[in-house]
Write a protein that binds this ligand. Structure first.
Ligand SMILES: NC(=O)c1ccc[n+]([C@@H]2O[C@H](COP(=O)([O-])OP(=O)(O)OC[C@H]3O[C@@H](n4cnc5c(N)ncnc54)[C@H](OP(=O)(O)O)[C@@H]3O)[C@@H](O)[C@H]2O)c1
Length: 334
């Protein structure tokens, strides 16, 4: 019998008020079903895209979460009970479980993977070696086709996916322009990550700053959509590529948004715009991890972590993704 605390989704959140839609509940787990594993979470990953699963829209990339059920999210932890032959007690695993101290997981539907317990910091399974790392690498190389000498723009550049996209674009030999909110984050991006230039979207005229980029922007790794996408489009180079990773500017509502006002630039500049989504390239995970691990071991790439303690504090950690309170990856340590 396992005492468990978990977050339950009770209603569809309105705007920025996520807190009143969820409640922290307790339960006793008496058993798990055949095929399942019980995982004691060591860390929960806070991911902005999960905000859309809380909405009622049926045409998103994930069906809406049912009201009255446990909030779903990525966790990293040890198997404490297994009724699945592929997993043994003690395995360190990562997958889509619940915002809970203990996650009951059906491995296949949860995308559960065993990860290396012997690396120096297991948090890296949510950092460089995590899904944000896979997403950044895939989006830049496969979707945007970034090559040496390209001018690359990354939005939400100081966030989990953004910091990795900035560093990978640099490794690929690109000139990197990062968009982030506030002078502190921009200073950090230039001084710590060594990107070409950071632009403060809250205080600067992004379009005017990007217009100074010699030769225009060859690739845009977009985490936010909305008005920032509109500021970038007229500054794209001919035959530029836009890799749509996320639409953070729209998640607070029902996730929908109007198309870009500068849609015409797609024709004028002969742009290619393509969305991509990490579950589509899960089968390439080992290859992506191997490349990222090589760069990590060479000291070419790293992730700063923003860690909050305790399952009871999940909501304040989650809020940082939408209020800009984080640099790097937001985690909750259990
Ligand atoms: N396609 C995929 O497979 C995939 C996989 C993982 C993540 N994603 C996407 O990647 C994006 C980043 O997610 P994450 O989980 O890594 O979060 P994150 O970047 O760590 O945190 C979000 C950051 O975005 C910025 N932000 C928030 N609202 C904004 C807005 N309206 N306009 C501009 N910037 C805003 C904030 O920084 P500032 O202080 O700079 O505002 C905030 O710190 C999300 O869109 C997510 O859905 C996609």
């Amino acid at each position: 019998m396992t005492e468990n605390r978990y977050w339950r989704l009770n209603k569809r959140p309105e705007g920025e008020d996520v807190a009143s839609a969820l409640s922290l509940e307790t339960e006793t787990i008496t058993d798990i079903a055949e095929g399942e594993v019980l995982v004691k979470n060591a860390y929960l990953s806070m991911d902005a895209g999960t905000r859309m699963w809380m909405t009622e829209r049926e045409d998103g990339y994930q069906p809406p979460l049912e009201l009255g059920t446990k909030m779903v999210g990525l966790g990293l932890g040890h198997v404490v009970q297994s009724r699945n032959a592929d997993y043994a007690e003690g395995d360190l695993v990562r997958g889509f479980g619940q915002w809970a101290e203990y996650a009951v997981i059906e491995p296949e539907s949860a995308g559960l993977v065993k990860v290396d317990a012997n690396i120096s910091d297991i948090k890296q399974h949510f950092g460089v070696l995590g899904l944000n790392g896979w997403t950044a690498l895939w989006g830049l190389k496969e979707t945007a086709g970034v090559k040496a000498g390209d001018n690359v723009v990354v939005s939400a550049a100081a966030g989990a996916t953004g910091v990795l996209a900035c560093q990978i674009a640099k490794i690929l030999g690109a000139n990197v322009y990062g968009l982030a909110g506030g002078p502190d984050k921009c200073r950090w991006l230039e001084e710590e990550l060594g990107i070409t230039k950071a632009i403060d979207y809250k205080n600067d005229d992004i379009a005017a700053e990007l217009a100074k980029v010699d030769g225009g922007i060859n690739a845009y790794f977009d985490n936010v959509g909305g008005p920032i996408l509109d500021a970038v489009l007229p500054n794209m180079a001919h035959y530029g590529r836009v890799a749509i990773c996320g639409l953070l500017a729209q998640y607070k509502g029902d996730g929908r948004g109007q198309g870009p006002e500068n849609f015409d630039q797609i024709l004028m500049k002969r742009l290619r715009i393509e969305g991509f989504f990490c579950p589509d390239f899960m089968d390439q995970g080992d290859k992506l991890t191997a490349q990222l691990k090589e760069w990590l071991d060479q000291g070419l790439i790293d992730t700063p972590f923003d860690v909050t303690d305790g399952v009871e504090n999940v909501l304040s950690a989650y809020d940082k993704l939408f209020s800009g309170g984080n640099i790097g990856k937001v985690l909750v340590k259990l």
